[in-house]
Design a protein around this ligand. Structure first.
Ligand SMILES: O=C(O)[C@H](O)[C@@H](O)[C@H](O)[C@H](O)COP(=O)(O)O
Length: 249
């Protein structure tokens, strides 16, 4: 059974502070439960402030970084030093500033020309770290949402929305840069906790449709995220939440 939590904050700064507290709590719970913390990061602009906070006091020393394994829920097919790389963004804001070893940072090899092979390689890497032949159960997956309801690189009306076998797959999406590798619905829905960070008035309509509209994931892919044994937390700024009914905020 999934629990859904929704909170609205005055601005990105307040939302990022709340997100940092969620990440720290998820890390504590995971490490107490099984000794390590698996997190999948998201790209986009919204999580930059969160990543910067996690690299600073008083937050950074609240995480035992030696017990963290870092993955990504999607990646753009660019070299890792590209300004468009989700890996580079996370490295510059967080990963390069905290005591993580290279072995703990599991970058998507999205720059490889053979994108099917890269997707399989990332699947194999997840299964190796999670010691499973099946679907890895992430302690925490961070996600954003676009103004048309996409999440990770699952966009409206794309084949990826129906994928049930592959865990990672290549896609070509309308948001530049178009070629991406993305987690598929089975990985998102196996997670223990999914944390969405969503800001901006341009997303208000999609936020309202995803949370309060009819189930139509072809149109609003973020609706697909319903972990069977996990929680979903939505953190909004006032702009993104502005079309939600009062009781939902
Ligand atoms: O583009 C990416 O790397 C992400 O996959 C994408 O899903 C992102 O999280 C949303 O588009 C929100 O992006 P913003 O945070 O920039 O609005």
């Amino acid at each position: 059974m999934q629990n859904i939590h929704v909170s609205t904050y005055a601005d990105l700064e307040a939302l990022s502070l709340a997100a940092a507290r969620c990440v720290i709590q998820a890390a504590h719970e995971a490490i107490a439960d099984h000794g390590y913390f698996t997190i999948a990061l998201s790209g986009g602009n919204t999580p930059k402030a969160l990543y910067s906070l996690l690299a600073e006091e008083p937050y950074t020393s609240q995480i035992d970084w030696s017990k963290v394994e870092v993955f990504w829920s999607d990646e753009r097919c660019v070299p890792p030093d590209s300004p468009d790389s989700c890996y580079r963004m996370a490295y510059d804001t967080l990963l390069g500033k905290v005591p993580l070893t290279e072995q703990q940072i599991h970058r998507v090899p999205a720059e490889q020309a053979d994108r099917d092979a890269a997707s399989q390689a990332y699947t194999d890497e997840m299964r190796r770290v999670f010691k499973t032949e099946g679907t890895p159960v992430f302690d925490l997956i961070l996600l954003g949402m676009g103004p048309e309801g996409h999440t990770a690189s699952l966009f409206p009306h794309q084949e990826s929305l129906k994928e049930q076998v592959r865990l990672v797959m290549p896609v070509t999406v309308p948001k530049p840069p178009p070629p991406r590798l993305t987690f598929t619905p089975p990985v998102l829905n196996a997670a223990k906790h999914v944390l969405f960070l969503v800001t901006g008035k341009d997303k208000a309509e999609a936020v309202q449709a995803v949370l309060e509209g009819e189930y139509n994931p072809e149109e609003y892919p973020a609706q697909i995220v319903q972990p069977s044994n996990g929680d979903v937390t939505w953190l909004f700024d006032t702009g993104a939440a502005s079309h939600l009914s009062q009781k939902a905020r």
